[in-house]
Design a protein around this ligand. Sequence first.
Ligand SMILES: [Zn+2]
Length: 638
Amino acid sequence: MKGYELRFAIMPLLALSTALPLHAQTPPGNSAPRLTAIVDPIPAAADRNFEGVITLDVDASLITRGIVEVQERVPVTRPGPIYLLYPKWIPGDHRPSGSIDRLAGLQITANGKKLGWRRDTVDASAFRVDVPAGVTVLTIEFQYLSAPSSLFTPQMLRWSSLLLYPAGYFVRDIAVQAALRLPDGWTGASALSSGPIGSTASFDTVPLDTLVDSPVLTGRHIKSLDLGANVSLAAAGEKEEQLTVSPKQLEGLRSLVEQADRLFGARHFDRYAFLVSISARNGGTGVEHHRSSENYEDDAFFTSPDENPDAQTILPHEYAHSWNGKFRRPADLWTPDYRTPMQDDLLWVYEGQTSFWESVLAARSGLLSREMILGRFASLAATYMEAQPGSRWRSLQDTTAEPLIFRGSSPSPSWQRDFDFYTEAALLWLDVDQLIREQSAGKRSLDDFARAFFGPRDGDWGEVTYDFDDVVAALNAVARHDWGSFLRRHLEQTDGTAPVDWIDRGGYRLVWRDRPNSYDLAVDKADGITDYTHSIGLTLGAGNKVASVLWDGPAFKAGLSPRTTLVSVNGVPYSIQVLEDAIRSAASTRQPIVLGAKDEDGEHDFSIEWTGGLRYPWLEKAVKGIAPLDRTLSPLPR
Ligand SMILES: [Zn+2]
């Protein structure tokens, strides 16, 4: 429909709508309820001192049976209603991920008498208790339940799952004294303690936000490593032998600490503990804290560090968050308690720039080779240049809403582009870095921004908040440019383009070869994937199953979907060799590639139009000598 036709088509409708009564949609005679206004009875967080100290006893001795017993004593100063809150918006998760579904057996008593409680009808993480006269302390007991596990599986105790706190206060104003009991023979590590934690521990009184920010890694086998300068690493694994660290990896981790100090020029912690949980079940994730980080790595993390390059970027990522995310935090993401909603619109700085630093610090520290990081950048650039069609409808800015949207899996990631505020934003920061280097003739870079923006106030482990304009002002202090327009254009555009000017500015070019670069090769192997995204537009997983189909790609257009299993190629029984030979020869025969695939409905042939051969992205140096991008990846001198 053309514009003018649309105008005429709409006019009669407009005329009609003004002539109808207000409740045009309700047929006469139908019942029509009136709105019941929601009144929030729970007091908002206020910056005032909480009188007294909450004592929190956590008994995790039955944790392998999936039971943690909590007993808590909360001082109260007057009779009447109070609200006790279970943490809901968890820092680092960027969403209301609190584990209220795991809380059971809640009992609240005072002076030996059981008190009733009632859950709020709007906020299921809030409990109202009417405090009788003469009561000075409430005793709260509940269990935190989880799936039973082996006696040897490491566990991460997150205090946010193990307490209730009174509504009406900033959590930094509530003092808590916690004690912990672990299973016999288990030990633990946490930023709460400068040394190892035995099977029972009593911690110093700390503000509630510090406690929640200080998880405890615990298990049967724990190994501690000193990374120098008050930074340690505690690793817990199912088996002792999973915790053997090679001298090269240890050197890389120590160098990571050094390189971060040189980059940021200040620290926002007194001591720092990498808490590394090693298990075959871990997928490679992490959660940041001010003085520690949760790092969930698979069982090859220490023993075969070259096996999965992405796994090696988790520690640099979480460490960089101590500066970017914990110390400097978006003003609307910072919340005074765990009930106030977090707003995620600046996650392209919080997570995006951290994703930039994870690669840069991994390269500078030697945790990953420069070749590996260049392969990673090539892979990301290629994805956003031609294999993320979702950028035609969804802006990078809009992806920052994903923590509130995501429900565990995305049916079509290339079209939904769920968490691109990590990876595409990392490319955006590469663009910023290379633009600063070009404009300053190599004298300045994003390092200068990092030092100025994340570095001030050595030793301060509070939070300093910022907004979009603060980011622009800090960039302008490094190199004058219309950064506001530059960033907004990249954040808001939906034209399918990607921030890849850094490739040319950085002295490289993206080229296509018929075999994967070393990064893609390693990651695909670790993930059990064979990747044809940039040729026929699909990836294959275990058992020849189609793992993903690129939206609008050749396989997609032929009608293939991820639930199918490949059985033949051009009539010949399927093997990787047969498929790759067929993709290669179609480049000269110009004939479609016919894939036989089966699903529960039977076997079908899919005719794929693709004559471009096998294609994998590489970054190739386009200049002689040291390129600007090489400088980004070079270790900072002392
Ligand atoms: Zn992160």
